[in-house]
Design a protein around this ligand. Structure first.
Ligand SMILES: Cc1cc2nc3c(=O)[nH]c(=O)nc-3n(C[C@H](O)[C@H](O)[C@H](O)COP(=O)(O)OP(=O)(O)OC[C@H]3O[C@@H](n4cnc5c(N)ncnc54)[C@H](O)[C@@H]3O)c2cc1C
Length: 427
């Protein structure tokens, strides 16, 4: 009997250490430092580097990766248990060496990179000496790769890249860009694009402007590529393989965001519980009001349901070690994720009253972040379509006039099946 919801005691000790470490050492950085991605910020490095060192000593660095890449090879279930604590702090992922988008970029560099690409980009990326940017979305659309027009043209030993990319996170801090561009406009969708590695500062590459949302700094770039030249060996993966590389990258990224979303939703939930047990109205605690109790109950149920879905999906990834087999489950997690954070953060905001809406509380930002989770790595609708298509594959249509579960037929079948017993009477 293999079902088990217990964390093994040795790993639980690590999780307990992480919980205290995040609370006392890491979360305070969120309130005194700028972007975790600004690796040139001396103040950031002074405070972050010693904490990263402690994490390495504790053997908890880059847990999303296998030991061959300097990670721990713990697998996705343990990573989920870690991320649901680490995700409470903006700085948490950086201190533990598993921050997006670098984590996903490292995965594809490890998977598809040549020895030279790994040496130049993967090694310093894994050490957080540099950070990276993934540029796929374009101003005219992100959900549909069929509308991408940024292109690369082969010119002898070089490729020439032209076009625009949109909402490319952390471009301003990145040492290099992984860019998805069209290399064969006439090819089918899965073979139209290729990935290239473009170093920051490449002539012709510019940030048109940095775009922000909510309270976050403006770190999502509108990029322009004008006659950017890269050598032929700057291609990541095969020519025409851009779509495949993107799928590998986004599969992991989506579930890692989901693990951290549990942390964010739980933080909102904890705040909500403290508040309703502390605030009185009409001579009663808020927690005595049934409509308040409903909000607590709904939030707890939704977080627990979501957590189980995430952990089960993590377990499936460990079991199959192939994102393609777990496509439906990852899409389901991705589709469920924004709603959980949106609803729980929204209730936390509402139950706190005016201060809940104010900038003195994090809830309004968390509600906005729930929309980020519903867009980044693909909109919710697209993932629901994937879930539905995959689920329907295991069903068959009927050619009969009535459904196979039509009760008169079901009853008739039952009678036939037990005809002998029924005809024998009560003897
Ligand atoms: C905070 C943040 C960070 C991001 N970081 C990056 C990054 O680093 N690199 C990068 O390349 N991109 C990044 N993105 C972009 C993200 O991938 C896109 O926003 C996303 O793919 C949607 O593309 P779009 O914004 O062009 O919306 P559109 O493609 O225009 O979609 C808009 C809306 O149309 C609807 N829709 C779209 N397709 C369908 C469909 N098939 N069926 C039904 N309805 C549909 C949905 O409601 C969708 O939200 C980031 C986005 C955000 C918000």
């Amino acid at each position: 009997m293999a079902w088990d919801f217990e964390t093994d005691p040795d790993f639980q000790k690590e999780l307990d250490w992480v919980e205290t470490f995040i609370k006392t050492e890491v979360a305070p950085l969120d309130h005194i430092l700028g972007s975790p991605y600004d690796v040139k910020d001396a103040q950031r490095n002074k405070l972050v580097r010693p904490l990263q060192h402690k994490v390495r000593e504790r053997r908890l660095w880059a847990c999303h990766l296998g030991p061959e890449l300097g990670g721990q090879g713990y697998g996705q279930v343990k990573l989920a248990l870690l991320n649901e604590i680490i995700g409470r702090s903006v700085y948490g992922p950086t201190v533990f060496g598993c921050q997006a988008p670098d984590s996903g970029n490292a995965e594809i560099l490890a998977h598809y990179g040549t020895a030279a690409q790994k040496k130049a980009y993967l090694a310093p990326l894994l050490d957080n000496e540099i950070v990276s940017c993934f540029a796929m979305t374009e101003p005219q659309g992100g959900a549909d790769p069929g509308v991408f027009t940024a292109k690369a043209t082969r010119l002898g030993d070089e490729w020439r890249i032209d076009g625009e990319k949109w909402f490319a996170s952390n471009a301003r801090y990145a040492a290099f860009f992984i860019v998805m561009v069209v290399t064969d406009a006439a090819a089918p969708l899965a073979a139209r694009t290729s990935m290239f590695i473009v170093p920051a500062g490449a002539p012709g590459l510019s940030i048109v402007r940095n775009v922000g949302y909510g309270d976050h700094d403006d770190s999502h770039a509108y990029l322009r590529f004008e006659n950017v030249r890269v050598p032929a060996d700057a291609m990541l993966g095969k020519e025409g393989g851009g779509f495949l590389v993107a799928q590998v990258r986004l599969g992991g990224g989506r579930i890692h965001h989901a693990m951290r979303t549990i942390a964010m939703a739980r933080a909102c939930f904890d705040a909500m519980c403290e508040r309703v047990l502390s605030r009185r109205t009409q001579g009663q605690l808020l927690s005595d009001k049934q409509m308040v109790q409903e909000k607590i109950a709904d939030s707890w149920v939704e977080i627990e349901q979501f957590r189980l879905l995430v952990l089960r999906t993590a377990w499936l990834i460990d079991k199959h070690n192939d994102y393609k087999i777990v496509l439906k489950d990852i899409a389901a997690v991705k589709a469920a994720m924004p709603k959980v954070l949106h609803d729980v953060a929204g209730r936390a905001l509402h139950l706190h009253g005016s201060i809940g809406l104010s900038r003195e509380m994090p809830f309004a930002q968390q509600v906005i972040d729930s929309y980020f989770l519903g867009l980044a790595d693909g909109p919710t609708e697209v993932h629901k379509i994937t879930v539905a298509k995959q689920v329907l594959r295991s069903y068959q249509p009927t050619n009969a006039l009535f459904p196979s579960y039509h009760l008169p037929a079901v009853r008739e079948h039952a009678r036939e099946h037990h005809a002998r017993e029924l005809s024998a009477g009560d003897t």
